[in-house]
Design a protein around this ligand. Structure first.
Ligand SMILES: Nc1ncnc2c1ncn2[C@@H]1O[C@H](COP(=O)(O)OP(=O)(O)OP(=O)(O)O)[C@@H](O)[C@H]1O
Ligand SMILES: [Mg+2]
Length: 585
């Protein structure tokens, strides 16, 4: 936790700078704050005038006049306060709306490495909770604090003007007030940080359990998870109660201090009235001044905390925004007219600086050909796909498409002509159609249906309630694995890529679906360069070449028949152990 004792003005400046496009509203709100402060103190002053100058002079007409002015002042105050509250809130909401969009855009451009190491919960917290907290910097923070301070000084000014002796008497309690406020502020800050910690723990716990509910239920661990949740929940409640405790103590304490000030004032004031040093009107107006003086002080401590929490949140969001870990997109070439020749030249790659997953990897695929990659689990098959689509940057060597380094292509253009079907299919909530086009409006419904027919997915999609408009729920869990895979195939096909990369699902499926998937894959790889991480013999048989990978190195390369000839070859071993057995079962 970043616990700063010093107030960070640079950070505050950066937060306020976000309101730049709305500087007029900001200025207007500021002006309202400045105007409202003297208006607030005008009322008690007018009451004093009414008491001193008219009531005791039996001037009914004058009294009515002042009463009408008071009504006018109150009406004006109501109007201005409405404008102030609304504008301040509007400003905060608008700024955080912009910020949310900015953060989301930023996150979607970050390198995958970021997501490998950052929990999902953190990214969502940054875009939602933290930004929500920043809102308070505007709606309750800077401007209202400014308004409160102005009010405070205005009240103090009029108090001195009305009677400096009485004011000094009242101010004797201020040191006590300051001590109480300071203690309160510090305690609340700490306890709120605790609350935030506990809530993020609770979020993370909940998110993970809900995602992994199948595991929780199948292993009968509901009770254990329930116990754990109860513990977290208890801590969270306690943290909240601790925070509330400070309020419960602080507010009455301020109440007592204020009563003391009032008592002192009445005691001193009454003597003053008797000796005619203090007017009766002053004695009537002063209690109002006093409450006006104490109210902002009480709130200020609280608001200052809110402001500080907003800044802590802002710092976290800015840290994320300042993270410049994007994949460098400096290439200028368009991949529009590529043929689809792919070459790896001595490529070495590590996810984390030291552990090389691929070592000195070289191979070549001619345009239109199919390469099947096989190898044991963890040998680096999916990794090849990750680096070819530039999800990660390689450390050594070169990856060439049509003889040109992939870094020299525009990233978007390159990705447009390389379609990837990942090992585990991911579907978004939305219709089947949306999941295929990914909301790209240039792809017509007809095109989607055509592609689905070609692949052999049309029949099953049509049978879904609503057909292509069937609403996919949470990650597509209401569809079978095979169905999800077919949808992802159609997704790849509608983009008509020059290069197709397919990471076959590891899980085996029934023979009937197998045939459907097989047919789909054959259609998919027709007429284009294809790289398939293959787990099934039927797929491999269609490949011109097979690359056998072991611990990030190519150990065998060549056509099926040729590799089978190799005595004690890896491929032959794999073939006999894995593919033959699955074929027979
Ligand atoms: N995002 C990642 N960050 C760090 N290491 C990773 C990451 N993804 C994979 N690895 C590591 O890289 C190695 C190769 O993983 P890869 O996913 O390429 O295997 P694979 O050949 O596709 O295996 P499988 O057949 O099980 O899919 C593994 O040792 C794995 O631990
Ligand atoms: Mg894999």
């Amino acid at each position: 936790m970043n616990e700063k004792n010093k107030f960070d003005y640079v950070l505050l400046g950066r937060v306020l700078a976000m309101a730049k496009p709305y500087r007029r509203v900001f200025a207007f709100t500021g002006v309202l704050a400045v105007v409202l402060a003297p208006l607030v103190i005008l009322r008690p002053y007018l009451i004093k005038v009414m008491v001193d100058d008219y009531i005791f002079n039996y001037d009914i007409a004058g009294m009515t006049r002042v009463a009408l002015i008071i009504v006018g002042v109150v009406a004006l105050q109501v109007l201005l306060r409405y404008l102030f509250i609304y504008n301040a809130a509007w400003l905060g909401q608008t700024v955080i709306r912009d910020l949310r969009t900015q953060v989301f855009r930023h996150i979607t451009r970050l390198r995958l490495t970021y997501f490998d190491t950052t929990p999902i919960g953190t990214s969502t917290t940054r875009t939602i909770n933290d930004i929500e907290t920043i809102n308070s910097v505007f709606s309750e923070g800077v401007i209202t604090i400014m308004a409160d301070l102005i009010t405070l000084f205005a009240v103090l000014g009029i108090m001195f003007y009305t009677s400096w002796q009485l004011t000094l008497v009242c101010l004797t309690v201020v040191p006590f007030l300051m001590i109480a406020t300071y203690i309160f502020k510090e305690k609340v800050k700490v306890s709120y940080q605790k609350v935030r910690n506990e809530i993020s723990k609770m979020n993370a716990f909940l998110q993970e359990r809900i995602t992994g509910m199948r595991i929780v239920q199948i292993f009968n661990s509901e009770r254990r998870e329930g116990e754990k949740f109860r513990t977290i929940n208890r801590k969270y409640t306690q943290a909240n109660l601790d925070a509330i405790l400070y309020y419960a103590v602080f507010f009455p304490v301020v109440e007592i201090i204020m009563a003391a000030a009032l008592g002192l004032m009445v005691w001193w004031g009454a003597r003053g009235v008797i000796s005619a040093e203090v007017t009766l009107g002053t004695l009537v107006a002063f209690p109002i001044y006093l409450s006006m003086f104490f109210r902002p002080i009480r709130l200020l401590a609280d608001k200052f905390n809110t402001l500080q929490m907003g800044l802590v949140a802002a710092e976290r969001v800015f840290n994320l925004l300042d993270r410049k870990t994007m994949i460098a997109d400096v290439g200028e070439r368009s991949a529009e007219n590529i043929e689809g020749r792919v070459e790896f030249k001595a490529v070495s790659f590590a996810y984390t600086e030291v552990d090389y997953v691929l070592r000195d990897l070289s191979f070549q695929i001619q345009a239109g050909e199919t390469l099947a990659i096989v190898g044991s689990t963890g040998s680096g098959k999916s990794t090849i796909i990750n680096i070819l689509s530039r999800f990660y940057e390689i450390q050594k060597g070169e990856i060439l498409v049509d003889g040109i380094n992939i870094r020299d292509y525009q990233l978007a253009s390159l990705r447009q002509h390389i379609a990837v079907v990942l090992q585990d299919v991911f579907l978004f909530s939305g219709t089947v159609l949306d999941n295929i086009t990914l909301r790209d409006t240039s792809i017509s419904r007809e095109r989607v249906i055509e592609a689905a027919k070609m692949i052999g997915a049309h029949a099953f999609i049509e049978k879904l309630p609503g057909g292509y408009d069937y609403e996919v729920k949470e990650r597509g869990l209401t569809l079978s694995m095979g169905q999800r895979q077919l949808i992802s195939f159609v997704r790849a096909l509608v983009f008509d890529p020059k290069i197709l990369i397919l990471d076959e699902a590891t899980s085996s499926i029934d023979p009937e679906s197998e045939a459907v998937i097989q047919y789909a894959i054959e259609r998919l790889i027709e007429k284009r360069t294809s790289i398939i991480v293959a787990h099934r013999l039927s797929t491999i048989r269609h490949a011109e070449n097979i690359m056998v990978l072991d611990k990030g190195k190519v150990v065998e390369y060549g056509p099926h028949e040729q590799l089978l000839q190799l005595e004690q070859g890896h491929y032959r071993e794999l073939y006999e152990m894995q593919f033959l057995s699955t074929e027979m079962s």
